[in-house]
Ligand binder design. Structure first.
Ligand code: MLT
Length: 260
């Protein structure tokens, strides 16, 4: 279904507690299928595509981190979700942390994967500008051929080559305008670090042991700033840990969600 240009998929019984999943750049809600398959008998699972990515509308390509949060809140309102558990990976984590900073009372728990609370450094801002320029001058594919291999561990790429390829091919079907809009929204986001010590809801944080985009030491530091957080390193995984080691993650996630 679609609401306000956002493509939304729901799974399970609406009377169960709800979970809303926010995917990472430059993927779509399909990245959560292993978690949804595992959890949708007990939870009402909602996975939507960020504006500009997947099946959501691209619009004018002018997005901000706050407009992504507005979209998240619109999905919650549209479906009438009562204090969903919020789950976000990487860019989805940026959206989630800003949503918690704006309206923590909307959510019951937070689960973060492979993300950070700090804003882009100047060096990363310059890299994003170069990414936009590359897409403008060479097209989307060369950018994705460089970016996507860094998202997965070497082991995953070798042992699950077809799955890795299907992520790459699916990303290549994305609108360049949507991709550039997301890059610029990440470049312009504010830091949520100063707010971390104020978070009251339970938080679970996962980081793939081989994540080179949001490395373990950095995420460990972020988790240490959140009084309610538990930090878990995911073995045999890179940046897209819920895909790369779903067996490990699903068990931990299930336990965390069951605790009151
Ligand atoms: C993501 O996985 O969402 C991106 O790596 C985030 C980023 O580029 O900062």
């Amino acid at each position: 279904m679609k609401n306000n240009g956002i493509s939304i998929n729901t799974y399970g019984n609406k009377n169960n507690p709800s979970i809303i999943f926010v995917h990472g750049f430059v993927y779509d809600s399909a990245m959560w299928l292993k978690q949804i398959t595992y959890l949708s008998n007990k939870y009402f699972c909602v996975a939507y595509d960020l504006r500009g990515l997947g099946n959501s509308d691209v619009g004018d390509g002018q997005y901000t981190m706050d407009s992504h949060v507005d979209d998240l809140i619109s999905v919650i309102t549209f479906l009438g979700l009562n204090k969903p558990i919020l789950v976000g990976l990487s860019m989805g984590g940026y959206v989630s942390l800003r949503a918690i900073e704006r309206e923590e009372s909307l959510f019951s728990k937070l689960v973060l994967f492979d993300t950070r609370s700090d804003a882009d450094t100047d060096q990363i801002k310059i890299k994003r500008a170069a990414n936009v320029k590359q897409i403008n001058t060479e097209g989307l594919d060369p950018f994705l051929n460089g970016f996507i291999p860094n998202c997965f561990s070497k082991k995953f790429r070798e042992e699950h080559f077809e799955q890795f390829e299907s992520f790459l091919l699916s990303a290549k079907r994305t609108s360049p305008i949507g991709v550039k809009g997301c890059l610029i929204s990440m470049q312009g986001r504010s830091s949520t670090t100063q707010y971390l010590p104020g978070i009251k809801i339970p938080v679970l944080i996962f980081c793939g042991e081989h994540d080179i985009l949001s490395p373990v030491e950095e995420m460990e530091g972020m988790a240490a700033n959140i009084q309610t957080a538990e930090f878990v390193v995911v073995p045999d995984a890179g940046h897209i840990s819920p895909v790369e080691n779903h067996t490990f993650i699903n068990k931990k996630l299930d336990k965390f969600l069951a605790n009151n």
